[in-house]
Design a protein around this ligand. Structure first.
Ligand SMILES: [Zn+2]
Length: 264
């Protein structure tokens, strides 16, 4: 059997709809728009077998009605959110069995960006190099994180910590091409971080060739992403300067960085 492949389907201005497929069957994650997905399926002669949703925002769910009308497939999505097109509500501890691919994905609750946001984590079969993979919607981005719309900074920080605790080699499939903007902010927070400087060169090169900067990895994010580095003294120091007060806990540093980025 052919190895599983994972590809980004660009949508809207800077979204990626990720598709996992072999030579016959496909699963899409967060199809905000149906037409680029239908184009991809048709040009690769693939049949859609399932849709996975991380959270309710329309740029992640808008393509569902059109795709379901054509393929009548199960739609997995967060149990804590009301999404009319979801047929299989899931939450932490649940496993999604995608038999036709074959792939099993575990559900992780990561509230903060929205109140019921979930991620899907799994390992590709040995025939596909056995890599760990994570689909985390709008929670963790390359060198950044999602805005805290419905949850609290505490929830978002805890959710990011859960993702940071996954194996270092986990490939992280984020849903937006925000990398260069995020690096611009990250370098302001941590100007002497050599890994981050290297990452900026890599991302600039890729974007100049119109190549996605994603997936990233948990290891790379732990070395470059300020929102996963709130426990470090140098990040605490600059966050205190911005907040003009002493910040005791990493979660306070996180809340400060998030507010700073909102106004950056
Ligand atoms: Zn969102």
């Amino acid at each position: 059997m052919m190895a599983l492949q994972i590809h980004p389907i660009p949508a809207f201005r800077d979204n990626y709809i990720w598709i996992i497929h072999n030579t016959e069957h496909a699963v899409v994650i967060d199809p905000g728009d149906a037409s680029p997905v239908l184009d991809y399926l048709q040009s690769h002669k693939l049949e859609l077998h399932a849709i996975l949703i991380t959270h309710h925002h329309s740029d992640h769910t808008g393509g569902n009605p059109t795709l379901i009308a054509k393929f009548n497939v199960p739609v997995y999505g967060p149990k804590q959110e009301n999404i009319a097109t979801v047929t299989h509500p899931v939450r932490e501890g649940d496993k999604v069995h995608l038999a036709t691919l074959p792939l099993i994905l575990e559900v992780i609750d990561i509230p903060g960006h929205t109140h019921g946001h979930i991620a899907y984590f799994g390992s590709l079969p040995a025939s596909s190099h056995g890599k760990n993979i994570l689909f985390c919607g709008d929670t963790l981005f390359a060198s950044g994180c999602g805005r805290v719309f419905e949850g609290t900074p505490q929830q978002m920080y805890r959710s990011l910590q859960k993702l940071a605790d996954l194996p270092d080699d986990t490939l992280v499939y984020c849903t937006h091409e925000y990398t260069l903007g995020n690096i611009n902010f990250a370098r302001t927070v941590e100007p002497s971080n050599i890994d981050l400087q290297r990452e900026e060169l890599r991302a600039k090169q890729l974007r100049s060739e119109n190549i996605p900067t994603l997936p990233t990895s948990i290891a790379r994010e732990k070395s470059c992403n300020p929102f996963l580095r709130c426990h470090l003294p140098e990040i605490n120091r600059i966050a205190c300067l911005y907040a003009k007060k002493k910040l005791e806990q990493p979660v306070e540093v996180f809340a400060t960085l998030r507010e700073w980025k909102n106004n950056f």
